[in-house]
Design a protein around this ligand. Structure first.
Ligand code: UD1
Ligand code: CA
Length: 460
């Protein structure tokens, strides 16, 4: 019979070496926090419960994970070491059978397949503890695995290791599977150690062996995945590894990335083949880019959909927006949340849109603000057109029907409607609806004062 599995993630530590207030577990790697990455991987083990041990800035961590249903949090008010952290969960596991998978909140790249292999081996061998280890060419900073006749007998922390032990390349990943019944009683036997007087979870190895319990190990064949993040430098290093592998995955799938070193693409982003990405592009969150697009330099796209054959020219910022196939933006366009460009629509330089839709083949090519506007097909929005959508209290709608032509320098004071095929004269301040087929003109008449310049000069 398969045993119940439970997951616990240790994330109470301050991360002193990060030298900042933000809890270590909430630092992000390619858009996702370290702890979210750990959580997502852990799902593969099908746990009955998932518990997170929080401590330093615990509310901050809990709020950041509020959208995960069914998580249990437990507080470790003083961070006295990893064994002490795990001990806080004792009340949850009183009288419970099964396996407990312990993960570190700062080991974010652990693979699902490795966790599955760890748990399977743990369950198959019937060991009381199974430790995930890795062999690193630079084991610096990790607990070293000490063996005798091939059997693990201890894990020694860097700070406590002898010169000879420091030469050991096999390290503790900080990820373990335990048989629940003997665990919590044994944790009590772990005493303070090391320069910071902490209670180390890895000390469970000699405690178990003294009790005659079996301790097994699983050595991962992909050691990069167990890299822990303890400093800003390590965060940046691991971040560049994550980024590199995402770029490589996309390039293998037919995306041209001109300069992978300056291309930042979050894990969940998808990009279709034959799309060209120029240097300095950032694609974030739940962004999708279709096929045959071109994203020129210094473009940032967040949580947006860009369909096939779109061109995003230099220096655009696009957030929570939708660009249908063949549409284009920029250079220097700002598409704020709720912007939609239908097929073939175009926004050009220094155009800002928000909660607005431009219909098929409509254009706003220069210097405009379009907010709360519904714009039909084949509309020409002249240079410098502005929707005055905000009266200081509420946002008002501007409706521009198919085929409308708006002359340059127009203000549209919402709520207002320009009906089908109407025209607006350049420089108008439109406050009333313009009927279908009509010309709306709203500007003062020009007077030319003959010889005015000469008279002024004489009088001066
Ligand atoms: C730990 C292991 C080490 C292993 C390495 C792998 C110990 C003593 N050492 O070292 O053998 O090679 O991970 O990355 O376990 N935490 C708490 N409460 C505490 C202390 C820590 O919840 O009181 C949490 C931290 O937030 C972190 C995790 O436990 O997520 C590991 O703690 P950290 O201080 O980073 O341990 P390392 O020195 O990296
Ligand atoms: Ca660590």
């Amino acid at each position: 019979m398969r045993r119940d599995r439970h997951v616990i993630i240790l994330a109470a530590g301050q991360g002193t070496r990060m030298s900042c207030r933000r809890p270590k577990a909430l630092h992000k790697l390619a858009g996702q926090s370290l702890i979210e990455r750990v959580l997502r991987s852990s799902i593969t083990t099908n746990p009955v419960t998932t518990t997170v041990v929080v401590g330093h800035e615990s509310e901050w961590v809990q709020n950041a994970l509020a959208h995960y249903a069914g998580l249990r949090f437990i507080e470790q008010t003083a961070q006295l070491g990893t064994a002490h952290a795990l001990q806080q969960a004792r009340p949850f596991f009183e009288g419970i059978q099964g396996s407990l998978i312990v993960l570190s909140g700062d080991v974010p790249r652990i693979r699902r397949s490795t966790l599955t292999a760890l748990v399977k081996k743990h369950e198959a061998t019937g060991a009381a503890a199974t430790i995930l280890t890795a062999t690193l060419s630079r084991p610096f900073g990790y607990g070293r695995v000490v063996r005798s006749n091939g059997q693990i007998i201890n894990i020694v922390e860097e700070a406590d290791a002898t010169e000879t032990q420091r030469q050991i390349n096999e390290v503790n990943s900080g990820i373990y599977a335990f048989d629940i019944p003997p665990l919590f009683k044994a944790l009590e036997q772990i005493t303070e150690a090391g320069p910071k007087h902490e209670r180390y979870l890895p000390t469970l190895v000699p405690v178990y062996l003294r009790q005659g319990l079996r301790v097994a190990t699983v050595d991962t064949k992909t050691p990069d995945e167990i890299r822990g993040i303890n400093s800003q430098t390590e965060l940046a290093e691991v971040s560049s590894i994550v980024r590199k592998s995402k770029n490589e995955e996309l390039m293998a799938a037919g995306v041209t990335i001109e300069d992978p070193l300056t291309t930042y693409i979050d894990d969940e982003v998808t990009v279709g083949p034959d799309t060209i990405i120029r240097p300095g592009v950032r694609l974030e969150g739940r962004t999708t880019v279709g096929q045959r697009c071109e994203l020129e330099s210094w473009v940032r796209v967040v949580d947006s959909t860009i369909e096939d054959d779109c061109i995003i020219r230099n220096c655009c910022v696009i957030t929570e927006s939708h660009l249908a196939s063949g549409s284009s933006a920029g250079p220097f366009a700002h598409l704020r949340p709720g912007s939609t460009l239908e097929q073939g629509a175009r926004v050009g330089n220094f155009v800002e849109t928000k909660r607005s839709r431009l219909g098929q083949n409509s254009k706003a090519n220069h210097l405009s603000y379009l907010g709360d506007a519904t714009i039909g097909d084949n509309v020409n929005v002249g240079a410098g057109t502005i929707t005055c959508n905000y009266d200081g209290v509420t946002k008002k709608q501007t409706v521009i029907a198919d085929g409308v032509f708006i002359g340059s320098g127009t203000q549209l004071v919402a709520p207002v409607k320009l009906e089908q095929d109407s025209y607006v004269a350049a420089g108008s301040c439109i406050t009333d609806d313009v009927p279908s087929g009509a010309l709306g003109i709203a500007r003062s008449h020009q007077q030319n004062k003959e010889n005015w310049v000469e008279k002024k000069r004489k009088s001066g």
